[in-house]
Design a protein around this ligand. Structure first.
Ligand code: RRO
Length: 359
């Protein structure tokens, strides 16, 4: 039996409208389309006091590398208008400590875990996948090929269709087929659809769109870059229109590929934009620094917004903004012209002879 999970089990109030909030990433069924975004809450522990992590779609862990890593020098965060710049530089415990300490914590609580991995080479991603293939408690693997805070741009695999595909196919062939492999792409490319095609062809189950976009702040007091790493990844509401555009373009090109929308989502209506543009799920990241319970709140607000707009199921809203135009005005114009024709006034050379105005 499939449970209808919406306002009841996930963050809802008794008496509020029920809506089926299930969604799918490949064969993986999630009771809620709202996840945390990688990098904003390590392995989820920080958020545990603020929300019930079992009631959101999933926790996406901070990208983990093979070896422990201290990351870039400080300062590595800066505020920006409607956003935030980070240059963390893949700080983390390394895959062994992660699997020993962090994954069990998530499993013991029954939290759906999406493990984000990052490597410096195609082979390194393969080694990470080798470790994870034996971890039963994983719901999905997010392949982060788009971290902007790496030593050189050649390591941003998501900027090169061939390299991106090599990483994804290497991970896909190692991770068991029932576990979704999701490729996280960068907006810092000329043609995100081309990159998306390559990784899907290489075996990606779905796509996370988007990672942060490369930015920079100069401190006008010190007269130097605000970040020790000089450049950083811009996130938050400032990048939401870029992210929605990426989701739109990729869904338009590949409507059957599940997309997870990310970029400045802080409310149910923000999330709804991504869903209507073609996302099957969303991740909440930067907003959790301001409101750590926001993933659960976004779920509740999204369910209410969908119900208010007449949707009975979350999945009916995916890509809804792509539907063909029903243009009531052109119907009106066509009717009016047909009437003109009947009255014998069809002499305007600037318009078609019959009711061809619709469309
Ligand atoms: O660690 C980071 O600096 C970082 C990562 Br892995 C990423 O994927 N995106 C980002 O903005 N920062």
């Amino acid at each position: 039996m499939t449970a209808v999970i919406g306002y009841g089990p996930v963050g809802g109030e008794p008496g509020e409208p029920r809506i089926d909030m299930k969604t799918w990433i490949g064969d993986w069924v999630l009771p809620s389309p709202v996840m945390t975004a990688s990098g904003c809450s390590a392995s989820g522990k920080e958020l545990d006091p603020f929300l019930d992590l079992t009631r959101i779609g999933a926790v996406v862990t901070k990208s983990v590398m093979l070896a422990p890593r201290s990351g870039r020098a400080t300062p590595r965060m800066a505020e920006t208008p409607s956003g935030m710049l980070n240059s963390i530089g893949l700080q983390g415990p390394g895959i062994e400590a992660f699997v020993e300490k962090d994954l069990p914590w998530l499993r013991e609580r029954g939290v759906r875990a999406v493990v984000s991995i990052a490597g410096g080479s195609v082979e390194e991603y393969g080694k990470l996948a080798q470790v994870l293939r034996y971890c039963e408690e994983i719901s999905a693997v997010e392949v982060n090929i788009s971290c902007p805070n790496v030593a050189d741009r050649g390591q941003v695999f998501a900027c090169d269709a061939k390299l991106a595909a090599d990483v994804v196919s290497n991970v896909r062939r190692i991770i068991p087929s029932e576990i979704p492999v999701i490729a996280k792409l960068s907006p810092d490319v000329t043609d995100i659809v081309g990159i998306a095609y390559s990784v899907v062809k290489a075996g990606a189950t779905g796509l996370s769109l988007i990672n942060t976009t490369l930015g920079m702040v100069v401190d006008t007091e010190t007269l130097r870059p605000a970040l020790a790493g000089v450049t950083g990844g811009l996130s938050g509401p400032a990048i939401r229109p870029i992210a929605v555009r990426c989701v739109w373009q990729v869904h338009e090109a590949m409507p059957d590929i599940p997309i997870i929308g990310i970029g400045g989502i802080g409310s149910g209506l923000d999330a709804l934009q991504f869903i209507l543009a073609g996302a099957s799920a969303v991740q909440v990241g930067t907003m959790t620094f301001n409101d750590p319970s926001s993933p659960q709140r976004v779920h509740t607000e999204l369910a209410r917004a969908l119900a208010e707009r007449g949707f009975g199921r979350f999945t009916d809203a995916i890509g809804y903004a792509h539907r063909p135009h029903e243009d009531p005005l052109s119907e009106f114009v066509a009717d009016a012209w047909a009437e003109d024709d009947r009255a014998g006034e069809g002499s305007d050379p600037a318009r078609p002879l019959s009711s061809g105005a619709a469309g």
